[in-house]
Ligand binder design. Structure first.
Ligand code: PAF
Length: 281
């Protein structure tokens, strides 16, 4: 595996691979890799001949009060893990090269980014769409792999590539969970032992909603009330949102019908955790 830090060099490697007829699979990350990321890399490995993983903690997707400065990182460990998972090129650009002085171009995906996480993290998806486009322009992938845990992110990126005619495929891989159901996330690192013990309630609440739907429940209000009760029974959870939306337009539903996304964001101390359930009703 090769570590590349320069944008020019990464572009040259990508051009060369494309000229040689290799299919490039790309996994963008912010590092501090866990089993969820490794699963994305393994999927890219199955689907492509050159696997590129980027590690870049993107300043433009963090709000002023968020954890950009303290976002966890361990490049030595990430290098080892990504190689073991099948990465060929680890691309680690600098903030200075990605956003040089005077940088002023941004991508907005309207509508889809104003709800769910976009409502409580204004500007977040503008930062994501911008950096992902920059990374696509540098790495020139045929396909890019994202996790279902960030369901809204995957939906926004799919819409962006469709609207902007970016010529690649988006592959979405199921969420990887700890033994007790907690979705893997670099931010789980922030949980105290007490918060960690409480956090699996998010998955239990989603599972409960899934079982209610299987038993015939169709009222979004009833499901949200039940999930809220379960999560608020703990001492440390602060609900940001629990929403039930249609999985294409992310519009709130009263009655469940079609492809439905049940999404939530809950804060435990320093950790803002998200999770979701995608279900066809
Ligand atoms: O999902 C993430 O880790 C980030 O949002 C991404 C896609 C790497 C963009 O910075």
């Amino acid at each position: 595996m090769k570590v590349v830090t320069g944008i020019d060099q990464m572009q040259m490697v990508a051009e060369k691979a494309r000229c040689a007829g290799k299919k490039i699979g790309f996994v963008p990350t912010m590092g501090y890799l866990h089993e969820g990321h490794l699963n994305l890399i393994r999927r890219a490995r199955q689907l492509s001949q050159l696997v590129v993983v980027s590690i870049f903690v993107n300043p433009t997707q963090f709000g002023p009060q968020e954890d950009y400065q303290s976002y966890p990182g361990d490049l030595t460990r990430d290098t080892r893990l990504s190689q073991q998972a099948g990465c060929d090129i680890l691309f680690v650009p600098s903030v200075e090269e990605m956003y040089p002085k005077g940088y002023c171009s941004y991508i907005e995906v309207k509508g889809l980014t104003q709800v769910l996480c976009g409502a409580s993290r204004p500007g977040h998806f503008r930062g994501v769409a911008t950096v992902v486009t920059m990374l696509f322009n540098i790495v020139k992938p045929h396909l890019a792999v994202f996790g279902q845990k960030d369901a809204q992110q995957a939906i926004v990126i799919r819409r962006m590539i469709r609207d902007l005619k970016q010529n690649l495929e988006i592959v979405v891989v199921p969420t990887v969970r700890e033994h007790d159901g907690l979705a893997m996330s670099s931010r789980n690192e922030y949980l105290t032992p007490q918060e960690r013990a409480e956090a699996p309630v998010l998955f239990r609440a989603l599972e409960w909603a899934g079982s209610q739907i299987s038993a015939g429940e169709r009222s979004a209000k009833n499901l949200i009330q039940g999930m809220t009760r379960m999560i608020e029974a703990g001492e440390r959870a602060e609900i940001d949102y629990i929403s039930i939306v249609d999985a294409a337009q992310l519009r709130s539903l009263e009655q469940l019908d079609g492809d439905v996304l049940i999404a939530l964001a809950v804060t435990f101390g320093r950790a803002r955790l998200i999770d979701n359930l995608l279900i066809r009703v």
